[in-house]
Ligand binder design. Structure first.
Ligand SMILES: CCC[C@H](O)CC(=O)SCCNC(=O)CCNC(=O)[C@H](O)C(C)(C)COP(=O)([O-])OP(=O)([O-])OC[C@H]1O[C@@H](n2cnc3c(N)ncnc32)[C@H](O)[C@@H]1OP(=O)([O-])[O-]
Length: 702
């Protein structure tokens, strides 16, 4: 018999049908399978937080395990979460060779609470179960077989194989097949194992509580009888279930899927815009970003033309890209086939026949303009021209070409072959097909693409500006880089703003500020002013750059490093006395600044800019901003992204604190609450999924 599992109706169907099968003397054994080639993706996440109806999962799985006829799970596609837990309740598991299995609940802020934390360690041992449950990683059928999660792997029809197998074991005793009755294999180094596991998850979790609860639940499996372990699993799940973290992580799950359903202000949408196939692509400029992009493109199986006009740089890049592809293939146990997908040239004419070009030359408008003019002349008609700028005007570049509708931004994040985020930037002239093609190519490259409008810094970098600005101001007012970074890292960022600035290089922002005319001449005198056009400005970063302190690469920045290029940031007494002198020179009196002020000033300023971005229609909804921050800027996923976080804090509270800080710092426009935030508060602070209605109303009145 075949069943489908998903929501309340499905569970009811399983309970009824299994009962009927077990009571029917003609039925000798039972096979459970999914529909449309997918065994089961687990519990319906949309059901969480609602009044769950239908039979609960745990007694359903117990009844299957207790059955007196063999029950075989035929796993095709995925068996995830509750789906795998159901399979663990069956007496045998047969998986298709392409199937993937896992307990990803931890990534939703939960734990496998339908017996997963109690059965899996009994089946495959504590270390392997801890690995799967605390990371939530999916395993392929071959690994599942090796670990002992499944009994057999089928190459062809899994259901046929399972039916045949079920008939062959119809008369066999089942006592040894009920996992809940197994003793949990207890390793001799029990305490060390759990201490090590706990330390590891705490280190990686950045404040997320679900991984810690997962370890506690597995520990219960190893120390308590099955039923008591189930009680502990239930208790821990109840705590997680009501936590804000579970809500945030489940929001991220749906937000990630929502952003793929992009729309543009002109009404173009993902479901009405057809992408054009891309068979051959080119990258122009083989610096750090260009190399990463070339690797990511080649790994999709596309033919890639990599162009770098400087011969020496071209040779170096060729070596570096080959190394990256070889290491990537080795990690995945493959031969580096992508190596042969790339051809290199120093001549831009080599891109004449490609379908899409990604320009990744130095971040300089004059240079990029020249490249776009050349591309427009060289490429065959219809070639999409994309720029990997991180902040420059995409429309201006489009205007250099004969067909501006073919131009979009594809903003990758370093290292481009690793980082998941891709901002796809459209201008008023970009065609829906160009956006659809860039989004589809991003997906092929394993990226999470977010389509956004064109403005300075797009979404991510635009919001970063007020965040960094506040961090600089906090130093002037009495904080240290250590204090600011600690507050942000305790919040859950992998790196605070100053450690991040040292890593990416202080000179990057310096160059941009110089280009904007913000860096005053005569800095050497050490007396630059702290105002630009009536706005407060901190020249601290400029002063460090003047001293050649560019961060890790020079061994000095906001921190000091043992040597240029080394990664361990150490507190720098030089910087502390420099800061004191700076404050004294400008008549600034240091005051005590606590973590709460750091978080409120840095994060609320960033969130406020997020509201402006929504107001301006640069991002279609809060989900787009949140996904950009979670995937590209290290925002802790268990806090859902900045806009979701604002809702968790309470919009009225965010507004009140911004008003407070703006009053104290009237010369900082970024702290002035945005009118969309005011409007949302006035509309009763609706939940984040209803903000679009308020935004739509606002836009219709403009
Ligand atoms: C008591 C405790 C019990 C248990 O321990 C708890 C759990 O099981 S927790 C659960 C543990 N399980 C997981 O964490 C597995 C989560 N799911 C996945 O990893 C992938 O969806 C899957 C691999 C299954 C398919 O990938 P794919 O083929 O690329 O397809 P896709 O990803 O694009 O999704 C297609 C559509 O289905 C939607 N949707 C999907 N799953 C769920 C769900 N569980 N629920 C609701 N909806 C779900 C998804 O939103 C999308 O909707 P839309 O409206 O079309 O945008």
């Amino acid at each position: 018999m075949c069943f489908i599992l998903h929501s309340a109706a499905v569970r009811q169907g399983i309970v009824d049908t299994v009962k009927r099968a077990l009571g029917d003397p003609k039925v000798k054994s039972v096979v459970i399978c999914g529909q449309n080639g997918i065994f089961c993706g687990g519990a319906d996440i949309k059901e969480f937080g609602t009044n769950m109806s239908g039979p609960p999962l745990v007694p359903m799985i117990h009844a299957i395990e207790a059955a007196n006829k063999p029950v075989v799970a035929a796993i095709e596609g995925s068996a995830l979460g509750g789906g795998l837990e159901l399979a663990l309740g069956c007496h045998y598991r047969i998986a298709h060779s392409k199937a993937r299995l896992g307990l990803p609940e931890v990534s939703l802020g939960l734990l496998p609470a339908a017996g997963g934390t109690q059965r899996l360690p009994r089946l495959i041992g504590v270390p392997a179960a801890l690995d799967l449950i605390t990371t939530g990683r999916h395993v392929a059928a071959a690994e599942a077989l090796q670990l002992g999660v499944v009994d057999r792997v089928a190459e062809h029809s899994t259901v046929d194989a399972a039916v045949k197998f079920a008939l062959s074991v119809a008369a066999k005793p089942l006592d040894a097949r009920r996992i809940s009755t197994y003793p949990c294999p207890c390793p001799s180094d029990f305490d060390a194992l759990f201490e090590g596991a706990m330390q590891k998850v705490r280190q990686n979790a950045r404040g997320a509580i679900a991984p810690v609860a997962c370890v506690q639940a597995v520990r219960a499996a190893a120390t308590r009888p099955y039923l008591q372990g189930m009680e502990r699993e239930k208790e821990l799940m109840a705590t997680l279930f009501t936590s804000g973290q579970a809500r945030a992580l489940q929001y991220c799950f749906f937000a990630q899927r929502a952003v793929s359903k992009w729309s543009m202000p002109n009404g173009a949408r993902w479901d009405t815009s057809k992408p054009r196939p891309v068979h051959k692509a080119a990258v122009i400029g083989l610096g750090t970003m260009g190399r990463g992009i070339a690797v990511a493109l080649a790994q999709t199986g596309l033919s890639v033309v990599a162009v770098e006009t400087q011969e020496k740089q071209l040779m170096e890049a060729k070596q570096a890209v080959s190394g990256m592809l070889e290491r990537g293939a080795k990690r995945r146990g493959l031969t580096p086939a992508a190596l042969h997908k790339i051809s290199y040239s120093h001549d831009i004419q080599a891109v004449a026949d490609v379908d899409l070009v990604i320009e990744a030359v130095f971040e300089d408008m004059a240079l990029k303009k020249k490249v776009f003019q050349q591309l427009s002349a060289v490429c065959k008609p219809g070639t999409f021209l994309c720029t990997n700028t991180s902040a420059l005007d995409v429309d201006h570049l489009a205007s250099q070409t004969r067909n501006p509708e073919l131009v979009v931004g594809m903003h990758f994040f370093a290292p481009a072959h690793v980082m998941k985020l891709l901002e796809v930037v459209y201008g008023p002239q970009s065609s829906p097909q160009a956006v659809a093609t860039a989004m589809q190519l991003g997906k092929k490259m394993g990226k999470v693409g977010v389509a956004v409008g064109n403005c300075r810094g797009f979404v991510g970098n635009r919001m970063l500006k007020p965040y960094i600005e506040q961090a600089f101001f906090l130093l002037e007012e009495g904080a240290t880089p250590e204090l600011v970074d600690r507050a942000l890292e305790e919040f859950g960022f992998p790196m605070g703003v100053f450690r991040m600035s040292d890593l990416s290089g202080l000179d990057v922002g310096w160059r941009v500020r110089k280009g904007d005319g913000l860096v005053e001449s005569g800095l050497a005198s050490g007396q630059p002013t702290r105002l630009r056009e009536g706005r407060r400005y901190s020249p601290l970063g400029d002063l460090l750059c003047e001293q050649g302190r560019f961060g890790q690469k020079t061994g000095r920045g906001w921190y000091q490093y043992d040597q240029p290029g080394s990664r361990v940031a150490r507190s720098d007494p030089w910087f502390h006395s420099f800061l004191e002198e700076y404050r004294a020179r400008h008549g600034l009196v240091a005051r005590r600044i606590d973590h709460q002020e750091v978080l409120e000033r840095c994060l609320y300023a960033l969130i406020n800019e997020g509201f402006r971005i929504l107001e301006d229609g640069i991002a279609a909804g809060p989900e787009d901003i949140d996904i950009i921050y979670v995937f590209g800027y290290g925002w802790p996923r268990h806090r859902g992204g900045p806009m979701f976080y604002a809702g968790m804090v309470g919009l009225a509270r965010v507004l009140e604190r911004l008003e407070h800080y703006h009053q104290a710092h009237p010369d900082v426009p970024y702290l002035q609450p945005c009118s969309l935030l005011r409007r949302l508060v006035a509309s009763g602070s609706p939940p984040v999924h209803r903000w679009r209605e308020v935004i739509k109303k606002l836009h219709s009145q403009l």
